[in-house]
Design a protein around this ligand. Structure first.
Ligand code: AMP
Ligand code: ZN
Length: 482
Protein backbone atom coordinates (compact mmCIF):
# COMPACT_ATOMS: atom_id res chain seq x y z
CA UNK A 1 0.00 0.00 0.00
CA UNK A 2 1.22 3.49 -0.83
CA UNK A 3 0.46 6.21 1.64
CA UNK A 4 1.27 9.90 1.77
CA UNK A 5 3.89 10.41 4.44
CA UNK A 6 3.63 13.94 5.88
CA UNK A 7 7.23 13.72 7.03
CA UNK A 8 8.72 13.20 3.55
CA UNK A 9 5.79 14.83 1.72
CA UNK A 10 5.72 11.87 -0.69
CA UNK A 11 3.51 8.88 -1.33
CA UNK A 12 5.54 5.93 -0.12
CA UNK A 13 5.16 2.18 0.08
CA UNK A 14 4.18 1.43 3.68
CA UNK A 15 6.85 -0.99 4.89
CA UNK A 16 6.73 -1.91 8.58
CA UNK A 17 9.85 -2.24 10.67
CA UNK A 18 9.15 -5.94 11.32
CA UNK A 19 7.75 -7.78 8.30
CA UNK A 20 4.11 -8.75 8.71
CA UNK A 21 3.52 -6.62 11.83
CA UNK A 22 2.57 -2.99 12.03
CA UNK A 23 2.53 -0.71 15.06
CA UNK A 24 0.12 2.19 14.86
CA UNK A 25 -0.36 5.08 17.26
CA UNK A 26 -3.28 7.48 17.30
CA UNK A 27 -3.63 10.74 19.22
CA UNK A 28 -6.74 10.25 21.29
CA UNK A 29 -9.39 12.74 22.38
CA UNK A 30 -9.07 15.37 25.07
CA UNK A 31 -11.99 14.31 27.22
CA UNK A 32 -13.32 17.65 28.47
CA UNK A 33 -16.35 17.73 26.17
CA UNK A 34 -18.17 15.69 23.53
CA UNK A 35 -16.20 14.88 20.39
CA UNK A 36 -17.49 16.93 17.46
CA UNK A 37 -18.07 15.37 14.07
CA UNK A 38 -14.82 16.99 12.86
CA UNK A 39 -12.81 15.07 15.45
CA UNK A 40 -14.74 11.99 14.42
CA UNK A 41 -13.87 12.48 10.75
CA UNK A 42 -10.25 11.95 11.79
CA UNK A 43 -11.11 8.81 13.78
CA UNK A 44 -13.26 7.40 10.93
CA UNK A 45 -10.43 7.76 8.41
CA UNK A 46 -7.90 6.26 10.83
CA UNK A 47 -10.30 3.38 11.44
CA UNK A 48 -10.58 2.67 7.72
CA UNK A 49 -6.79 2.82 7.41
CA UNK A 50 -6.34 0.36 10.30
CA UNK A 51 -8.95 -2.03 8.91
CA UNK A 52 -7.47 -1.91 5.42
CA UNK A 53 -4.00 -2.67 6.78
CA UNK A 54 -5.49 -5.71 8.52
CA UNK A 55 -7.32 -6.63 5.31
CA UNK A 56 -3.95 -6.73 3.49
CA UNK A 57 -2.82 -9.32 6.04
CA UNK A 58 -0.75 -7.18 8.41
CA UNK A 59 -0.84 -7.96 12.11
CA UNK A 60 -1.68 -4.47 13.40
CA UNK A 61 -1.34 -3.30 17.01
CA UNK A 62 -2.98 0.03 17.55
CA UNK A 63 -2.56 2.21 20.63
CA UNK A 64 -4.40 5.39 21.57
CA UNK A 65 -4.01 7.76 24.51
CA UNK A 66 -6.84 9.50 26.31
CA UNK A 67 -5.84 13.05 27.21
CA UNK A 68 -7.18 13.67 30.70
CA UNK A 69 -4.43 16.02 31.88
CA UNK A 70 -2.02 18.60 30.47
CA UNK A 71 -3.74 19.91 27.31
CA UNK A 72 -4.07 23.68 27.33
CA UNK A 73 -6.47 25.63 25.12
CA UNK A 74 -3.61 26.72 22.92
CA UNK A 75 -1.66 23.73 21.67
CA UNK A 76 1.47 25.45 22.96
CA UNK A 77 1.96 26.17 26.65
CA UNK A 78 -0.50 29.01 26.92
CA UNK A 79 -4.19 29.35 27.64
CA UNK A 80 -6.40 27.50 30.10
CA UNK A 81 -6.28 23.86 31.08
CA UNK A 82 -8.98 22.18 28.96
CA UNK A 83 -9.91 19.61 31.63
CA UNK A 84 -10.25 22.30 34.32
CA UNK A 85 -12.38 24.32 31.94
CA UNK A 86 -14.71 21.32 31.49
CA UNK A 87 -14.86 20.66 35.24
CA UNK A 88 -15.75 24.29 36.00
CA UNK A 89 -18.37 24.38 33.25
CA UNK A 90 -20.18 21.39 34.75
CA UNK A 91 -19.35 21.84 38.45
CA UNK A 92 -17.73 18.43 38.59
CA UNK A 93 -14.29 17.08 39.37
CA UNK A 94 -11.77 16.64 36.57
CA UNK A 95 -11.90 12.85 36.92
CA UNK A 96 -15.72 12.85 36.73
CA UNK A 97 -15.51 14.89 33.54
CA UNK A 98 -12.82 12.60 32.13
CA UNK A 99 -14.85 9.45 32.84
CA UNK A 100 -18.06 10.86 31.42
CA UNK A 101 -16.54 12.14 28.17
CA UNK A 102 -14.33 9.09 27.67
CA UNK A 103 -17.47 6.94 27.73
CA UNK A 104 -19.29 9.43 25.48
CA UNK A 105 -16.40 9.26 22.99
CA UNK A 106 -16.49 5.47 22.80
CA UNK A 107 -20.30 5.53 22.49
CA UNK A 108 -19.93 7.80 19.46
CA UNK A 109 -17.24 5.53 18.04
CA UNK A 110 -19.54 2.52 18.44
CA UNK A 111 -22.34 4.29 16.58
CA UNK A 112 -19.93 5.09 13.75
CA UNK A 113 -18.47 1.55 13.70
CA UNK A 114 -15.06 2.86 14.71
CA UNK A 115 -13.20 -0.05 16.28
CA UNK A 116 -11.69 0.52 19.73
CA UNK A 117 -7.86 0.44 19.48
CA UNK A 118 -6.16 -2.66 20.93
CA UNK A 119 -4.77 -0.54 23.78
CA UNK A 120 -6.14 2.73 25.13
CA UNK A 121 -4.40 4.49 28.01
CA UNK A 122 -5.42 7.61 29.92
CA UNK A 123 -2.48 9.96 30.54
CA UNK A 124 -3.18 10.00 34.28
CA UNK A 125 -2.33 6.27 34.41
CA UNK A 126 1.19 6.78 33.02
CA UNK A 127 2.68 9.47 35.27
CA UNK A 128 5.65 7.30 36.36
CA UNK A 129 6.53 6.71 32.72
CA UNK A 130 6.46 10.47 31.96
CA UNK A 131 8.72 11.18 34.94
CA UNK A 132 11.15 8.45 33.83
CA UNK A 133 11.45 9.82 30.27
CA UNK A 134 11.66 13.48 31.34
CA UNK A 135 14.41 12.58 33.84
CA UNK A 136 16.33 10.81 31.06
CA UNK A 137 15.93 13.86 28.79
CA UNK A 138 17.29 16.04 31.58
CA UNK A 139 20.27 13.72 32.07
CA UNK A 140 21.02 13.81 28.35
CA UNK A 141 20.97 17.60 28.39
CA UNK A 142 17.79 18.04 26.35
CA UNK A 143 15.69 19.43 29.18
CA UNK A 144 16.18 22.37 31.56
CA UNK A 145 14.41 23.74 34.61
CA UNK A 146 13.14 27.31 34.62
CA UNK A 147 10.62 29.07 36.83
CA UNK A 148 9.89 25.74 38.52
CA UNK A 149 8.88 24.00 35.27
CA UNK A 150 10.82 21.62 33.03
CA UNK A 151 11.23 22.51 29.34
CA UNK A 152 12.55 20.77 26.26
CA UNK A 153 15.47 22.66 24.75
CA UNK A 154 14.81 22.73 21.00
CA UNK A 155 18.17 24.44 20.30
CA UNK A 156 19.86 21.11 21.12
CA UNK A 157 18.38 19.52 17.98
CA UNK A 158 19.90 19.52 14.50
CA UNK A 159 16.42 20.06 13.06
CA UNK A 160 13.31 20.90 15.03
CA UNK A 161 10.83 21.88 12.29
CA UNK A 162 10.58 18.47 10.63
CA UNK A 163 7.21 18.87 8.92
CA UNK A 164 7.89 20.76 5.72
CA UNK A 165 7.52 24.46 5.66
CA UNK A 166 6.86 25.22 9.31
CA UNK A 167 8.96 27.91 10.92
CA UNK A 168 9.16 29.95 14.08
CA UNK A 169 6.45 32.34 12.84
CA UNK A 170 3.95 29.47 12.98
CA UNK A 171 4.33 29.48 16.74
CA UNK A 172 2.52 32.81 16.77
CA UNK A 173 -0.59 31.00 15.58
CA UNK A 174 -0.90 29.23 18.91
CA UNK A 175 -0.61 32.43 20.93
CA UNK A 176 -3.92 34.17 21.27
CA UNK A 177 -4.42 37.79 22.07
CA UNK A 178 -4.43 38.55 25.78
CA UNK A 179 -2.49 35.37 26.59
CA UNK A 180 0.86 35.87 28.28
CA UNK A 181 3.83 34.23 26.60
CA UNK A 182 5.88 31.95 28.83
CA UNK A 183 9.01 33.97 29.67
CA UNK A 184 10.77 30.99 31.25
CA UNK A 185 11.63 29.52 27.87
CA UNK A 186 15.17 29.90 26.51
CA UNK A 187 13.97 29.57 22.92
CA UNK A 188 10.59 30.47 21.56
CA UNK A 189 10.00 26.93 20.25
CA UNK A 190 10.82 25.21 23.60
CA UNK A 191 7.90 23.44 25.22
CA UNK A 192 6.93 22.32 28.69
CA UNK A 193 7.52 18.70 29.72
CA UNK A 194 6.42 19.16 33.31
CA UNK A 195 4.70 22.03 35.09
CA UNK A 196 5.20 22.57 38.80
CA UNK A 197 4.64 26.27 39.19
CA UNK A 198 1.24 26.08 37.65
CA UNK A 199 -0.51 29.26 36.62
CA UNK A 200 -3.70 27.49 37.65
CA UNK A 201 -3.99 27.84 41.43
CA UNK A 202 -6.87 25.39 41.51
CA UNK A 203 -5.15 22.63 39.49
CA UNK A 204 -6.83 19.47 40.80
CA UNK A 205 -4.49 16.79 39.54
CA UNK A 206 -0.90 16.95 40.74
CA UNK A 207 1.78 14.34 41.32
CA UNK A 208 5.10 14.29 43.18
CA UNK A 209 8.12 14.40 40.92
CA UNK A 210 11.87 15.15 41.11
CA UNK A 211 10.91 18.73 40.16
CA UNK A 212 8.22 19.18 42.80
CA UNK A 213 4.51 18.52 42.84
CA UNK A 214 3.02 19.12 39.39
CA UNK A 215 1.65 17.64 36.18
CA UNK A 216 2.88 16.70 32.70
CA UNK A 217 2.73 18.71 29.50
CA UNK A 218 0.47 17.38 26.75
CA UNK A 219 3.11 16.34 24.19
CA UNK A 220 5.11 14.02 26.43
CA UNK A 221 2.10 11.77 27.01
CA UNK A 222 1.84 10.59 23.41
CA UNK A 223 5.57 9.87 23.11
CA UNK A 224 5.58 7.88 26.35
CA UNK A 225 2.34 5.96 25.78
CA UNK A 226 3.48 5.02 22.26
CA UNK A 227 6.99 3.95 23.33
CA UNK A 228 5.72 2.06 26.39
CA UNK A 229 3.27 -0.04 24.38
CA UNK A 230 4.87 -0.25 20.94
CA UNK A 231 8.60 -0.16 21.62
CA UNK A 232 11.27 2.12 20.26
CA UNK A 233 10.38 1.82 16.57
CA UNK A 234 6.92 3.02 15.64
CA UNK A 235 5.64 2.29 12.14
CA UNK A 236 2.72 4.67 11.76
CA UNK A 237 1.52 7.70 13.70
CA UNK A 238 -1.88 9.29 13.00
CA UNK A 239 -3.78 12.42 13.90
CA UNK A 240 -5.63 15.42 12.55
CA UNK A 241 -3.63 17.90 10.46
CA UNK A 242 -3.66 20.48 13.29
CA UNK A 243 -1.64 18.02 15.39
CA UNK A 244 1.29 18.29 12.99
CA UNK A 245 2.51 21.40 14.74
CA UNK A 246 3.36 21.83 17.53
CA UNK A 247 2.14 18.49 18.93
CA UNK A 248 3.71 15.96 16.54
CA UNK A 249 6.78 18.12 15.98
CA UNK A 250 7.33 18.05 19.75
CA UNK A 251 6.62 14.32 19.98
CA UNK A 252 9.37 13.65 17.42
CA UNK A 253 11.78 16.04 19.15
CA UNK A 254 11.48 14.42 22.58
CA UNK A 255 11.15 10.78 21.44
CA UNK A 256 14.20 10.91 19.18
CA UNK A 257 16.23 12.85 21.75
CA UNK A 258 15.35 10.14 24.29
CA UNK A 259 15.91 7.15 21.99
CA UNK A 260 18.93 8.48 20.13
CA UNK A 261 17.56 7.29 16.76
CA UNK A 262 14.71 7.83 14.33
CA UNK A 263 11.42 6.95 15.98
CA UNK A 264 8.50 6.78 13.56
CA UNK A 265 8.58 6.04 9.83
CA UNK A 266 5.19 7.24 8.58
CA UNK A 267 2.95 10.13 9.59
CA UNK A 268 -0.69 10.10 8.49
CA UNK A 269 -2.66 13.33 8.86
CA UNK A 270 -6.36 13.77 8.21
CA UNK A 271 -7.46 17.19 6.98
CA UNK A 272 -10.17 19.17 8.66
CA UNK A 273 -13.90 19.11 8.59
CA UNK A 274 -14.88 22.73 8.03
CA UNK A 275 -18.06 24.68 8.32
CA UNK A 276 -18.82 27.96 6.58
CA UNK A 277 -16.82 29.67 9.36
CA UNK A 278 -13.70 27.54 8.87
CA UNK A 279 -12.48 24.61 10.96
CA UNK A 280 -15.08 22.97 13.17
CA UNK A 281 -13.79 23.46 16.71
CA UNK A 282 -15.08 23.43 20.25
CA UNK A 283 -13.57 26.78 21.11
CA UNK A 284 -16.01 28.43 18.70
CA UNK A 285 -18.85 27.35 20.99
CA UNK A 286 -21.18 25.69 18.51
CA UNK A 287 -20.23 22.28 17.26
CA UNK A 288 -22.04 19.26 15.93
CA UNK A 289 -22.11 15.90 17.66
CA UNK A 290 -23.24 12.45 16.57
CA UNK A 291 -26.16 12.61 19.03
CA UNK A 292 -27.32 15.84 17.44
CA UNK A 293 -27.28 14.24 14.00
CA UNK A 294 -29.28 11.33 15.41
CA UNK A 295 -31.82 13.71 16.94
CA UNK A 296 -32.25 15.21 13.50
CA UNK A 297 -33.02 11.75 12.16
CA UNK A 298 -29.68 10.85 10.52
CA UNK A 299 -28.24 7.37 10.72
CA UNK A 300 -24.69 7.88 12.12
CA UNK A 301 -23.45 5.58 9.36
CA UNK A 302 -24.71 8.10 6.78
CA UNK A 303 -22.12 10.46 8.31
CA UNK A 304 -19.47 7.75 8.01
CA UNK A 305 -20.47 7.32 4.36
CA UNK A 306 -20.29 11.11 3.88
CA UNK A 307 -16.70 11.10 5.19
CA UNK A 308 -15.67 8.15 3.02
CA UNK A 309 -16.88 9.94 -0.10
CA UNK A 310 -13.97 12.41 0.25
CA UNK A 311 -10.24 11.91 0.29
CA UNK A 312 -8.71 12.27 3.76
CA UNK A 313 -6.11 14.76 2.49
CA UNK A 314 -8.71 17.27 1.37
CA UNK A 315 -10.58 19.62 3.66
CA UNK A 316 -14.23 18.58 3.79
CA UNK A 317 -17.02 21.11 4.14
CA UNK A 318 -19.97 20.09 6.23
CA UNK A 319 -23.47 21.28 5.40
CA UNK A 320 -26.82 19.57 5.93
CA UNK A 321 -27.34 19.66 2.19
CA UNK A 322 -24.12 17.72 1.63
CA UNK A 323 -25.03 15.27 4.37
CA UNK A 324 -28.53 14.81 2.91
CA UNK A 325 -27.03 13.98 -0.48
CA UNK A 326 -24.73 11.42 1.13
CA UNK A 327 -27.63 9.93 3.14
CA UNK A 328 -29.69 9.49 -0.04
CA UNK A 329 -26.76 7.92 -1.89
CA UNK A 330 -26.13 5.57 1.06
CA UNK A 331 -29.77 4.42 1.06
CA UNK A 332 -29.69 3.87 -2.70
CA UNK A 333 -26.52 1.83 -2.44
CA UNK A 334 -28.16 -0.36 0.19
CA UNK A 335 -31.27 -0.89 -1.91
CA UNK A 336 -29.15 -1.88 -4.90
CA UNK A 337 -27.38 -4.46 -2.76
CA UNK A 338 -30.80 -5.60 -1.47
CA UNK A 339 -31.82 -6.19 -5.09
CA UNK A 340 -28.68 -8.32 -5.55
CA UNK A 341 -29.52 -10.37 -2.48
CA UNK A 342 -32.96 -11.09 -3.89
CA UNK A 343 -31.54 -12.39 -7.19
CA UNK A 344 -29.06 -14.56 -5.32
CA UNK A 345 -31.65 -17.22 -4.42
CA UNK A 346 -32.41 -17.92 -8.07
CA UNK A 347 -28.81 -18.71 -9.04
CA UNK A 348 -27.45 -22.14 -9.84
CA UNK A 349 -25.33 -24.11 -7.38
CA UNK A 350 -22.40 -23.73 -9.72
CA UNK A 351 -22.55 -19.93 -9.45
CA UNK A 352 -22.51 -20.20 -5.66
CA UNK A 353 -19.53 -22.58 -5.74
CA UNK A 354 -17.53 -20.24 -7.99
CA UNK A 355 -18.45 -17.19 -5.96
CA UNK A 356 -15.30 -17.10 -3.83
CA UNK A 357 -12.79 -17.09 -6.68
CA UNK A 358 -14.86 -14.62 -8.68
CA UNK A 359 -15.17 -12.38 -5.58
CA UNK A 360 -11.37 -12.07 -5.36
CA UNK A 361 -11.33 -10.76 -8.92
CA UNK A 362 -14.17 -8.35 -8.22
CA UNK A 363 -12.36 -6.81 -5.24
CA UNK A 364 -9.36 -5.69 -7.30
CA UNK A 365 -10.77 -2.24 -8.11
CA UNK A 366 -11.38 -1.61 -4.41
CA UNK A 367 -7.88 -2.76 -3.50
CA UNK A 368 -6.29 -0.56 -6.15
CA UNK A 369 -8.17 2.46 -4.82
CA UNK A 370 -7.17 1.77 -1.23
CA UNK A 371 -3.56 0.97 -2.15
CA UNK A 372 -3.34 4.38 -3.73
CA UNK A 373 -3.16 6.54 -0.59
CA UNK A 374 -6.43 5.31 0.91
CA UNK A 375 -8.70 6.62 -1.81
CA UNK A 376 -12.00 5.78 -0.10
CA UNK A 377 -14.03 7.77 -2.57
CA UNK A 378 -12.78 5.60 -5.46
CA UNK A 379 -13.22 2.54 -3.24
CA UNK A 380 -16.94 3.32 -3.02
CA UNK A 381 -17.09 3.77 -6.79
CA UNK A 382 -15.50 0.30 -6.96
CA UNK A 383 -18.46 -1.08 -4.96
CA UNK A 384 -20.87 0.37 -7.57
CA UNK A 385 -18.71 -1.23 -10.29
CA UNK A 386 -19.07 -4.60 -8.56
CA UNK A 387 -22.86 -4.23 -8.49
CA UNK A 388 -22.85 -3.52 -12.24
CA UNK A 389 -20.28 -6.21 -13.13
CA UNK A 390 -21.09 -9.20 -15.28
CA UNK A 391 -20.76 -11.79 -12.51
CA UNK A 392 -23.00 -14.02 -10.36
CA UNK A 393 -24.84 -12.17 -7.58
CA UNK A 394 -23.37 -14.55 -4.96
CA UNK A 395 -19.84 -13.50 -5.98
CA UNK A 396 -20.77 -9.83 -5.86
CA UNK A 397 -22.23 -10.20 -2.39
CA UNK A 398 -19.18 -12.12 -1.16
CA UNK A 399 -16.93 -9.34 -2.51
CA UNK A 400 -18.99 -6.54 -0.95
CA UNK A 401 -19.15 -8.38 2.38
CA UNK A 402 -15.34 -8.55 2.44
CA UNK A 403 -14.93 -4.92 1.44
CA UNK A 404 -17.35 -3.89 4.14
CA UNK A 405 -15.02 -5.35 6.77
CA UNK A 406 -12.97 -2.24 5.92
CA UNK A 407 -15.65 0.33 5.10
CA UNK A 408 -17.85 -0.79 8.04
CA UNK A 409 -21.06 0.59 6.54
CA UNK A 410 -23.14 -2.51 7.41
CA UNK A 411 -23.89 -2.85 3.70
CA UNK A 412 -24.90 -6.51 3.81
CA UNK A 413 -26.91 -6.56 7.03
CA UNK A 414 -28.78 -3.37 6.10
CA UNK A 415 -29.43 -4.69 2.58
CA UNK A 416 -30.68 -7.98 4.02
CA UNK A 417 -33.06 -6.10 6.32
CA UNK A 418 -34.24 -3.97 3.38
CA UNK A 419 -34.79 -7.07 1.24
CA UNK A 420 -36.79 -8.75 4.01
CA UNK A 421 -38.86 -5.64 4.63
CA UNK A 422 -39.66 -5.47 0.89
CA UNK A 423 -40.65 -9.12 0.93
CA UNK A 424 -42.91 -8.63 3.96
CA UNK A 425 -44.55 -5.61 2.38
CA UNK A 426 -45.17 -7.58 -0.78
CA UNK A 427 -46.62 -10.56 1.08
CA UNK A 428 -48.60 -8.28 3.29
CA UNK A 429 -50.19 -6.49 0.37
CA UNK A 430 -51.13 -9.76 -1.32
CA UNK A 431 -52.58 -11.66 1.64
CA UNK A 432 -54.49 -9.10 3.69
CA UNK A 433 -58.20 -9.01 2.84
CA UNK A 434 -59.85 -5.60 2.45
CA UNK A 435 -61.95 -6.04 5.60
CA UNK A 436 -58.84 -6.56 7.77
CA UNK A 437 -57.03 -3.65 6.12
CA UNK A 438 -60.02 -1.43 6.89
CA UNK A 439 -60.10 -2.51 10.53
CA UNK A 440 -56.35 -1.81 10.73
CA UNK A 441 -56.87 1.64 9.25
CA UNK A 442 -59.62 2.40 11.81
CA UNK A 443 -57.32 1.21 14.57
CA UNK A 444 -54.55 3.52 13.33
CA UNK A 445 -56.98 6.45 13.45
CA UNK A 446 -58.11 5.52 16.97
CA UNK A 447 -54.48 5.43 18.10
CA UNK A 448 -53.83 8.79 16.52
CA UNK A 449 -56.80 10.21 18.43
CA UNK A 450 -55.38 8.57 21.56
CA UNK A 451 -58.54 6.44 21.90
CA UNK A 452 -56.61 3.41 23.05
CA UNK A 453 -59.68 1.48 24.27
CA UNK A 454 -61.13 1.61 20.75
CA UNK A 455 -57.73 0.75 19.25
CA UNK A 456 -57.50 -2.33 21.51
CA UNK A 457 -61.06 -3.38 20.61
CA UNK A 458 -60.20 -3.19 16.89
CA UNK A 459 -56.97 -5.12 17.46
CA UNK A 460 -58.98 -7.90 19.21
CA UNK A 461 -61.36 -8.02 16.24
CA UNK A 462 -58.43 -8.38 13.85
CA UNK A 463 -56.96 -11.16 16.01
CA UNK A 464 -60.31 -13.00 16.17
CA UNK A 465 -60.43 -12.95 12.38
CA UNK A 466 -57.06 -14.78 12.26
CA UNK A 467 -54.61 -11.91 11.73
CA UNK A 468 -51.83 -10.45 13.87
CA UNK A 469 -51.02 -6.78 14.00
CA UNK A 470 -47.52 -5.70 15.04
CA UNK A 471 -45.73 -2.40 15.61
CA UNK A 472 -42.24 -2.50 14.09
CA UNK A 473 -39.52 0.08 13.47
CA UNK A 474 -40.73 0.31 9.88
CA UNK A 475 -44.35 0.91 10.96
CA UNK A 476 -47.43 -1.26 11.53
CA UNK A 477 -47.33 -4.75 10.00
CA UNK A 478 -50.21 -7.24 9.58
CA UNK A 479 -49.69 -10.95 8.99
CA UNK A 480 -51.81 -14.07 8.96
CA UNK A 481 -51.70 -16.22 12.09
CA UNK A 482 -49.78 -19.47 11.49
P1 AMP B 1 -8.75 16.81 20.54
O1 AMP B 1 -9.83 16.07 21.27
O2 AMP B 1 -8.96 18.28 20.46
O3 AMP B 1 -7.37 16.48 21.10
O4 AMP B 1 -8.78 16.30 19.02
C1 AMP B 1 -8.93 14.96 18.65
C2 AMP B 1 -8.54 14.76 17.20
O5 AMP B 1 -9.43 15.46 16.31
C3 AMP B 1 -7.13 15.24 16.85
O6 AMP B 1 -6.50 14.27 16.04
C4 AMP B 1 -7.38 16.53 16.08
O7 AMP B 1 -6.33 16.78 15.19
C5 AMP B 1 -8.67 16.19 15.35
N1 AMP B 1 -9.47 17.37 14.92
C6 AMP B 1 -9.74 18.48 15.62
N2 AMP B 1 -10.55 19.32 14.92
C7 AMP B 1 -10.81 18.70 13.73
C8 AMP B 1 -11.60 19.03 12.57
N3 AMP B 1 -12.30 20.16 12.49
N4 AMP B 1 -11.63 18.14 11.55
C9 AMP B 1 -10.95 16.97 11.63
N5 AMP B 1 -10.19 16.59 12.69
C10 AMP B 1 -10.12 17.44 13.74
ZN1 ZN C 1 -0.77 12.96 20.54
Amino acid sequence: MKIYNSLTRKKEELTPHTAGKLSMYTCGPTVYHYAHIGNLRTYIMEDVLEKYLRYTGLDVTRVMNITDVGHLTSDGDTGDDKMLKGAKREHKTVMEIAEFYTNAFFDDCRKLNIKKPDITEPATQCIDEFIRVISALEEKGYAYRAGGNVYFDTSKLKQYYVFGDLSEEDLEVGVREGVEEDTNKKNKADFALWFTRSKFDDQELKWDSPWGCGYPGWHIECSCIAMKNLGEYLDLHCGGIDNQFPHHTNEIAQSEAYLGHKWCGYWFHVHHLNTDNGKMSKSKGEFLTVSLLEQKGYDPLAYRFFCLLSHYRKALTFSYENLDNAAVAYKKLISRIAALIKTCGGESNEAAVNAASKAAELKKGFEQAMDSDLNTSLAITAVYDIIKADAPAAAKIAAIADIDKVLSLELISKAQAAAEADENDKNGAEDIPGEIAQLAEKRAQARKAKDFAEADRLRDMITQKGYIIEETREGTKIRKKN
